[in-house]
Design a protein around this ligand. Structure first.
Ligand SMILES: Cc1ncc(COP(=O)(O)O)c(C=O)c1O
Length: 475
């Protein structure tokens, strides 16, 4: 294996080749003191630290800088950063670098919890936007231009916007270019949680990356769809509104001062993988994907749903929930990414022409799983969409204010006009119907009743048995 064009991987290899004597951290001493399985111990020989020629993530001038520059070049950013604590730290850093306490920030209700945590930590106030419901996948999708315009009319002082695209299920925001234009015309920077879209750059057949569409800051979990180690992620900036130094400043505050070199090397490798992905590779991926889909279609009672992202496939078993299907598949040794009421989600490998992937075995295992399900009782599957009607809204009390307030349980009939003490989250799909600090209105109560009657489960400040919700006492 040649490592040219992967500056950090090359630097690690060079260092390793010297057969160095370790009087430095980490304490496993190149794996010598480790009792982990042999393959892991061998990998620990590359688990190095800020040694001669290996650069420093937070003051990069050598191999890491070269690797990050190559990353920036590939994605067309002004500057790109390696992240060693997932898109989670990227979302935190994006918001810290962009907002001040008290600023209003547009955020979609189905954002990842790291975004809500970032809003709480920065003291910014959310303006919640409802995503459109995606009927095909039965999941919450992305936020429309119409909703963004509505929010801007209602909250003209918004200082930043953060959106998620693609969603976990691979639904891409088709209005994004226009949303960015509208926001930029009001000097509002647009931050994008593109955790699931690091591979878009690899081929023109994939959707456009948010960076190409003009977003200011974009975070990507390289580990989700490219061959990077778990947690290894990217953050890119290209902005007239946000200063790069601020992003770098918060990243060195929020990330470890001992970042994993294995993880960073895997990012260098993942960038190279995407950069060298060619037409032949894409053809191989298509062959692999089409064979898989065909194999699934040939399995009785299986339905396959494709989304905007070709790396995602949804599979349903007629008459059974996704949970039941997941269990049956796991018994066959097949592990989907997740299950919900209706389906399981598969994340496909972004194979290259060099990879030989045969799906015969997989198709056989799906068939075995379906044979097992055929013996099970059919469970009826309900549809619930409670998102479409809620207008943009903000909180009455911020998360920080709520910490010191007294709370009480009240009946749902008497909750209208009070402030929710904690989020109320129907599950699935796990998107807050009410967030902590939001004012409860009659629509919320009606939606909660309807969902309870339909047998929906809830997380958060609601008691199914007593039909009570937890609210702030003094309002
Ligand atoms: C949309 C979205 N954003 C951010 C994250 C956090 O990413 P990471 O696991 O890389 O920290 C996730 C994780 O699943 C996610 O789905």
């Amino acid at each position: 294996m040649k490592y040219q064009d992967r500056p950090l991987v090359q630097a690690l290899q060079r260092f390793h080749n010297q057969k160095p004597v370790s009087f430095h951290v980490p304490g496993h001493k190149g794996g010598a003191l480790s009792d982990l399985p042999t393959a892991v111990r061998q990998a620990l020989a590359y688990d190095l630290t800020e040694l001669a020629g290996l650069d420093d993530l937070h003051e990069a001038t050598g191999a890491i800088k070269e690797a990050e520059d190559k990353l920036a070049c590939l994605y067309g950013s002004e500057r790109s950063f390696f992240l060693v604590n997932g898109s989670t730290v990227g979302n935190l850093a994006m918001l810290y670098a962009t907002v001040q306490p008290g600023d209003l920030v547009m955020v979609q209700r189905n954002a990842h919890k790291s975004i809500f945590n970032a809003l709480e930590l920065t003291g910014a106030n959310p303006v919640f936007l409802s995503p459109d419901w995606d009927g095909q996948t039965q999941t919450a999708g992305t936020v429309s231009l119409k909703t963004v315009k509505e929010a801007l009319t209602q909250y003209p002082d918004v200082k930043a916007a953060i959106f998620t695209t693609p969603t976990y299920y691979g639904i891409v925001n088709r209005d994004l270019r226009q949303i960015i234009e509208v926001c930029h015309s009001r000097k509002i920077p647009v931050l994008i949680d593109e955790a699931h879209g690091a591979h878009f750059i690899a081929h023109d057949a994939f959707p456009k990356s948010a960076l190409e569409l003009g977003a200011d800051l974009v975070v990507q979990s390289a580990h989700k769809t490219l061959p990077a180690m778990t947690m290894a992620s990217f953050l890119h900036i290209r902005s007239k509104f946000i200063r790069t130094e601020r992003v770098a400043h918060y990243l060195q505050m929020l990330q470890s001062s001992s970042p994993s070199y294995l993880m960073m090397a895997s990012l260098d490798d993942a960038r190279y993988y995407a950069e060298t992905y060619n037409e032949k590779d894409y053809e191989s991926f298509q062959v692999y994907r089409n064979n898989l889909i065909q194999g699934l279609y040939n399995t009785p009672c299986v339905e396959v749903i494709e989304t905007d992202d070709q790396l995602k496939l949804l599979v349903r078993a007629t008459g059974h929930s996704g949970y039941v299907l997941q269990e049956a598949l796991e018994q066959q040794g097949i592990y989907p990414e997740l299950a919900d009421l209706y389906q399981v989600l598969l994340v496909l490998p972004l194979v290259k022409a060099r990879d030989e992937v045969c799906i015969d075995d997989v198709a056989g295992k799906f068939k075995n799983a379906m044979d097992c399900l055929a013996k099970k009782e059919i469970t009826s599957v309900r549809l619930n969409n409670y998102l479409s009607n809620s207008a943009p809204s903000t909180v009455v009390y911020t998360a920080t204010q709520l910490h010191t307030m007294d709370k009480e349980w009240v009946s749902m009939q008497s909750a209208t006009g009070k402030v929710a003490a904690e989020a109320i989250i129907p599950y699935p799909p796990g998107i807050p119907l009410l967030c902590a600090g939001e004012c409860i209105n009659q629509d919320h109560i009606k939606q909660i009743y309807d969902l309870l009657v339909a047998g929906c489960r809830f997380q958060g400040a609601i008691n199914r048995e007593t039909k009570q919700v937890k609210v702030v006492l003094n309002r």
